[in-house]
Structure formats: structure tokens, C-alpha cells
Write a protein that binds this ligand. Structure first.
Ligand SMILES: NC(=O)c1ccc[n+]([C@@H]2O[C@H](COP(=O)([O-])OP(=O)(O)OC[C@H]3O[C@@H](n4cnc5c(N)ncnc54)[C@H](OP(=O)(O)O)[C@@H]3O)[C@@H](O)[C@H]2O)c1
Length: 143
């Protein structure tokens, strides 16, 4: 994976590992870093382009794809772990939320990437990284 001169997009970039990804991408020489968050005004990092994105919102995902057409490195970091007990009264609702955020949300962002990526992913080194516990991981074209 090539960081220098990449155009990266990080979901859940307002805190935690996502914020660290965005920071490291800047340090590593990414040409542009889109930092996406449900509340982009809370991203405590200069030098990034903020994007409003709730990964469970098809409208947000579509808008981000229209706005960020030059991305060649997508880091699908946003995720939740509710640690709800299997027999807890709200266990089904919690499991649905986790699936919707960690799996469906990530897949929606990834499929959008493929759509607009047809133009931008023609050179080597593109990557898709999923850092959620649902654990799909790094895919580079040509591997
Ligand atoms: N930390 C670990 O030890 C560990 C281990 C394995 C896997 N992971 C995975 O790594 C990722 C980041 O972990 P973390 O420790 O940095 O978690 P974190 O501190 O809880 O941060 C989660 C991030 O995801 C965002 N997010 C949650 N739901 C979202 C949604 N619907 N749309 C957009 N953003 C959303 C949060 O935004 P808000 O601020 O708006 O809530 C926050 O920015 C997660 O996917 C997690 O499952 C972490």
C-alpha cells in the first residue's frame, strides 16, 4: 500500500483509531485526507478535508461518493461494539445496530468506492481497509 501522494478517505475520523489513521496519513505524505464523521465539526485535526458521513445512511454515503471522486485509499474504520449480553433484553436490537454499522455500512462505502473508483483505481497501489471487528481486511488490486 502506498501512502505518499495517495488520496485517502477515513470513516470515523473524529476520534480513536480513525483519528490516528488520519494523522498518520498526513504524516506519511498523503496528498489529501478526507476525514469523515457523523459530526465533522468535531474532528480535532488540521490539514484534512472534513466530510459528514453516517455510514448507516445511504444518502450520506452517496453524497460522500459524489463529493470525493478522487479517493484511492479507503479506510472503513467506523464501527461500534456494544458488548451487549446474549440474553440481555436489548440483545437483538444491539446486534442489529452492530451489523448495520460494522457490516452493512462498510459494504455500502466499499461498493461506492468501486463505482467511482473505475476512473481513479487504474494505477497500482489502491487499497481498501476494514478495521472493524467484522474484519474484512486490506485488498489491493492485483493481489
Ligand atoms: N480499539 C480496539 O481495540 C479495536 C479492536 C478491534 C477492532 N476495532 C475496530 O476499530 C475501529 C475503531 O475502533 P476505536 O477503538 O477507534 O473505536 P471508537 O473510539 O469507539 O471510535 C469509533 C468511531 O466510529 C464512529 N462511528 C460509529 N458509528 C458510526 C456511524 N454510524 N457512522 C459514522 N461513524 C461512526 C464513531 O463516531 P462517533 O464519535 O460519532 O460515535 C468513532 O469515530 C472500530 O471499527 C472497531 O470495531 C477496535
Amino acid at each position: 500500500m502506498k501512502i505518499r501522494d495517495s488520496v485517502a478517505f477515513v470513516t470515523g475520523a473524529n476520534r480513536g483509531i480513525g483519528l490516528a489513521f488520519a494523522q498518520e496519513l498526513l504524516t506519511g505524505g498523503a496528498r489529501k485526507v478526507y476525514a469523515a464523521a457523523r459530526q465533522p465539526e468535531r474532528i480535532p485535526l488540521a490539514g484534512v478535508e472534513s466530510v459528514r458521513l453516517d455510514v448507516t445512511s445511504p444518502e450520506d454515503v452517496a453524497a460522500a461518493a459524489r463529493q470525493c471522486t478522487d479517493v484511492n485509499l479507503l479506510i472503513n474504520n467506523a464501527g461500534i461494539a456494544l458488548w451487549t449480553g446474549f440474553l440481555a433484553p436489548d440483545s437483538i436490537e444491539a446486534a442489529r445496530s452492530e451489523m448495520e454499522t460494522n457490516t452493512s455500512g462498510g459494504r455500502a462505502c466499499r461498493s461506492r468506492r468501486h463505482r467511482y473508483g473505475q476512473r481513479n483505481y487504474s494505477s497500482k497501489g489502491q487499497a481498501y481497509i476494514r478495521s472493524s471487528t467484522s474484519a474484512e481486511r486490506s485488498r489491493s488490486r492485483g493481489r
